[in-house]
Design a protein around this ligand. Structure first.
Ligand code: UD1
Length: 332
């Protein structure tokens, strides 16, 4: 079997870290990305093909040329409030385009798939941490678009030789420890990136969206995972499928919840910058609290996270944002 791996969305924040790890491990990587939010310069290994999953004819050509042994599918839109405003874009990009990809896998006989799913499939869970068996009741189109994709993958796997690993990502932060790649989007909306922007005065303040959630300090609680540990989960999943492992769903988080206020406090302490913070109304589609039980991935894949510490995630994000700023200012 070839060791040619297709990574959709491999020019994006998480995808580029996975591509780097695959390249370091000796895989031949092909990245398929429309570069709507990804960047060619983030792809450190393999070949980048600029294309959209909506273009199934192009996708077929790519499959026909490379004979992939496995596909890692990340290409998607991922901003929760955005999904509430533009649901059709999310169902097209995330759900319909997953069908296109599966059609190519079907025609070309590719039978190993790793799918990037999300904690958003759990919605507002009754109890935390959530296990993979916790009921999935998404509360926004983003979560629903991913849950539908999960169901489609499972149904297709039942009817074919496909084996899959579905990884439900919790809140991803941090950057490549060697500082080569990180979050590049100009419109990064997630908490750690926004707070870094406030530290570096790219934005005047940090807004806290919602202070009346049923959580200890009234702000949203999330489980933050370092992008490098998330990339390891993909490599471990790939090895598992290569060794004939059966289809699985795994949570990817650490099992520790931090509120928005706690994250903001740590970013202020670590950076030494006391930026202004403003309390705002809740954002559309935000749950109060979601944290992961990660026992299953540790047991089945022997996944061993190395950066399971909020301060490490924040320091790594800050270091990356500072290096970007220095590059923008022409400082080496
Ligand atoms: C993130 C991911 C989503 C993933 C989910 C898993 C992104 C863009 N989204 O969504 O793909 O499925 O984690 O749980 O990475 N907040 C503020 N001020 C800000 C930004 C955020 O108060 O400026 C708050 C939010 O209201 C929320 C918390 O911080 O309570 C986390 O928000 P965010 O970082 O945007 O991630 P999620 O919406 O949880």
């Amino acid at each position: 079997m070839s060791n040619n791996i297709l990574v959709t969305g491999g020019a994006g924040y998480i995808g580029s870290h996975i591509v780097r790890r695959l390249g370091e491990a000796g895989y031949n990587v092909t990245v398929y990305d429309n570069c709507s939010t990804g960047f060619a310069h983030s792809v450190l290994y393999g070949e980048l093909i600029i294309g959209d999953l909506a273009d199934i004819h192009h996708l077929y050509q790519v499959f026909a040329k490379h004979q992939f042994s496995a596909v890692i599918h990340l290409a998607a839109r991922l901003v929760v409030p955005d999904s509430v405003m533009y649901p059709l874009d999310y169902y097209t990009n995330n759900t319909y385009n997953t069908i296109n990809l599966l059609r190519c896998c079907s025609v070309m006989g590719v039978n190993q798939l790793i799918f990037s799913s999300t904690a958003a499939v759990y919605g507002n869970p009754q109890e935390n941490p959530v296990t993979e068996n916790t009921p999935t009741l998404p509360i926004n189109p983003y979560g629903r678009s991913k849950l539908m994709s999960e169901a489609i993958i499972q149904d297709y796997a039942y009817a074919s030789r496909l084996r899959y690993v579905i990884l439900r990502y919790f809140n991803v932060g941090g950057a490549d420890p060697a500082g080569r790649i990180g979050q590049n989007s100009h419109y990064a909306s997630h908490l750690i990136a926004s707070a870094c922007n406030a530290v570096l005065k790219r934005q005047p303040e940090l807004k806290i969206f919602g202070t009346d959630f049923p959580t200890p300090d009234g702000t949203g609680v999330r489980d933050y995972i370092h992008v490098e540990d998330l990339a390891s989960a993909h490599i471990d999943s790939l090895c598992y499928l290569e060794q004939d492992g059966e289809s699985q769903i795994f949570n990817c988080g650490y099992g520790e919840g931090y509120s928005v206020r706690q994250v903001v406090e740590r970013i202020k302490a670590i950076s030494g910058v006391d930026f202004p913070v403003i309390n705002e109304a809740r954002r559309l589609g935000d749950p109060a609290c979601v944290t992961a039980c990660a026992q299953k991935i540790k047991q089945v894949l022997n996944w061993q996270p190395k950066y399971n510490n909020l301060d490490d995630i924040i320091s790594s994000s800050l270091a990356w944002e500072m290096s970007k700023l220095n590059r923008d200012n022409g400082v080496n």
